[in-house]
Design a protein around this ligand. Structure first.
Ligand SMILES: O=P(O)(O)OC[C@H]1O[C@](O)(COP(=O)(O)O)[C@@H](O)[C@@H]1O
Ligand SMILES: [Mg+2]
Ligand SMILES: [Mg+2]
Length: 343
C-alpha cells in the first residue's frame, strides 16, 4: 500500500532509471505544478480576473472565456519548462505547438474543462493525455490505446490530481499543510453495475432511439423493465462527473445527437474522451462511443468529437445493446417487462 505517499516520491519510484518513464513523470509533475497555479487563480474567482468573460472562440467553435485562455497559457508554460515535452495540443489552440526539440513525449490538454461552470462556483478542471513523440507523422493522430498516461486535476472543494500510467488509476489530493500532493486512493475500481447515471436530459428529443429507450427504462425505475430505481446526477463539468464515478460508480453519457454539429456529440476525443477512457478502463470500467471502445477509435483531427459513454462496465454494455437494437430493448411493447435486457 502506498496511500499517503507524495507525488514526487511515487513518480520517482515508478520511473526508476527508464528514460521514457522519466519523461512521462516530468510531464506529469509539470501538469501538477500548472494545476496548483490554476487552483490559486480559480480559488480567487473574480478577485483575480473576470474569469467568465467571453474573449473569443476556440477551434471547436466554443466561446472562449478569460479563464480558458489563462489556463491554456499556464499549462503550456509549465510544459515548456520541462525538456521532456516535445509538443502540446490544446482545446484552446487551432494547431499544435512545438515546445522542446528532443522531448520524448507530447501532451494533449483541455486546460479548463467545464467552462460553463466558471462563474457558478462549481468544480472545474484540467484534463491531459500524454503520448509518445514519434519520429514521423503527427504524434497526436493515433488511437487512444497509444497513450502513456491520462489524467485530470479537479478544482473542487479539494484539489485532486487523478491519473493512470497504464497500471491502475490513482488519486492524489493536495495536502495544503504539507504543500504536496499525497495519494488518497490507489487502484480505484468502478463496480460493474450501477443505479446512477449522468446525462444532459434537456437533449432528449435530439437523441437516438436507443438512448431515449434506455433513459425511458431508467426513468421507469422499479416499475419498468430494468426492475430498479435509478438516481441521476449531472454536474456539467466532465472532470467532476468523472471524479464522482471514480469515487462511487455510475455511468456518464454524452452521446451524439441530431443537433447541427452534434452528430458526434460534444466532447473531443484527443484531450477529453481518450484520457478519461484510459483512466476508466484502468479502474475496471469501460468507455465507448456507443458502438466501439473509445481507445480504439482512429483520431484523424486534433479537435475531433466523439459520442462518449463510460463507467460501470455492465451498464455501458447494456447502453451499447440499446443503441444497436432499440426495438429489442426493455421499453419495447414487444418485450415489455420480459425485455431481452432485463437484469
Ligand atoms: O453544456 P452541456 O452541453 O451539457 O455540456 C457539458 C459538457 O461540456 C463540457 O463543459 C465541455 O468541456 P469544455 O468546458 O472544456 O468545453 C464538459 O465538461 C461537460 O461535460
Ligand atoms: Mg472540456
Ligand atoms: Mg475546456
Amino acid at each position: 500500500m502506498t496511500i499517503g505517499i507524495g507525488l514526487e516520491a511515487y513518480l520517482d519510484a515508478w520511473a526508476g532509471t527508464d528514460s521514457g518513464r522519466t519523461a512521462v513523470a516530468s510531464a506529469l509533475l509539470a501538469l501538477a505544478e500548472a494545476g496548483l497555479e490554476l487552483a490559486e487563480i480559480v480559488g480567487g474567482g473574480d478577485l483575480v480576473t473576470n474569469q467568465a468573460a467571453i474573449v473569443g472562440d476556440n477551434a471547436g467553435g466554443d466561446a472562449q472565456k478569460a479563464l480558458d485562455v489563462r489556463s491554456h497559457e499556464v499549462v503550456v508554460a509549465a510544459l515548456k519548462r520541462t525538456s521532456a515535452v516535445a509538443m502540446v495540443a490544446s482545446e484552446e489552440a487551432d494547431d499544435t505547438e512545438t515546445l522542446n526539440e528532443g522531448g520524448l513525449v507530447v501532451v494533449a490538454t483541455d486546460p479548463l474543462d467545464g467552462s460553463s461552470n466558471i462563474d457558478t462556483n462549481i468544480s472545474i478542471g484540467t484534463i491531459f493525455s500524454i503520448l509518445p513523440m514519434t519520429e514521423t507523422g503527427n504524434p497526436f493522430l493515433v488511437p487512444g490505446r497509444n497513450q502513456l498516461a491520462g489524467g485530470y486535476v479537479v478544482y473542487g472543494p479539494h484539489l485532486d490530481l487523478a491519473f493512470t500510467l497504464g497500471e491502475g488509476t490513482h488519486v492524489f489530493t493536495y495536502d495544503r499543510g504539507a504543500g504536496a500532493f499525497r495519494m488518497v486512493a490507489e487502484n480505484v475500481t468502478i463496480a460493474p453495475t450501477t443505479r446512477e447515471y449522468a446525462i444532459n436530459a434537456s437533449n432528449y428529443r435530439h437523441w437516438s432511439e436507443g438512448i431515449r429507450a434506455w433513459v425511458d427504462d431508467c426513468l421507469a425505475g422499479a416499475d419498468g423493465p430494468l426492475g430498479t430505481d435509478y438516481n441521476m446526477r449531472w454536474v456539467g463539468s466532465l472532470v467532476a462527473d468523472t471524479s464522482r464515478i471514480l469515487s462511487r460508480g455510475g455511468v456518464f453519457l454524452y452521446p451524439g445527437d441530431s443537433r447541427k454539429g452534434y452528430a458526434k456529440g460534444r466532447l473531443r476525443i484527443l484531450y477529453e474522451a481518450n484520457p478519461i477512457a484510459m483512466m476508466i478502463e484502468q479502474a475496471g470500467g469501460t468507455a465507448s462511443n456507443g458502438r466501439q471502445p473509445i481507445l480504439d477509435i482512429e483520431v484523424t483531427e486534433l479537435h475531433q468529437r466523439t459520442g462518449l459513454v463510460f463507467g460501470a462496465a455492465e451498464e455501458v454494455a447494456r447502453i451499447e445493446r440499446y443503441e444497436a437494437n432499440p426495438a429489442g430493448s426493455g421499453s419495447s411493447p414487444l418485450f415489455g417487462n420480459r425485455g431481452l435486457f432485463r437484469t
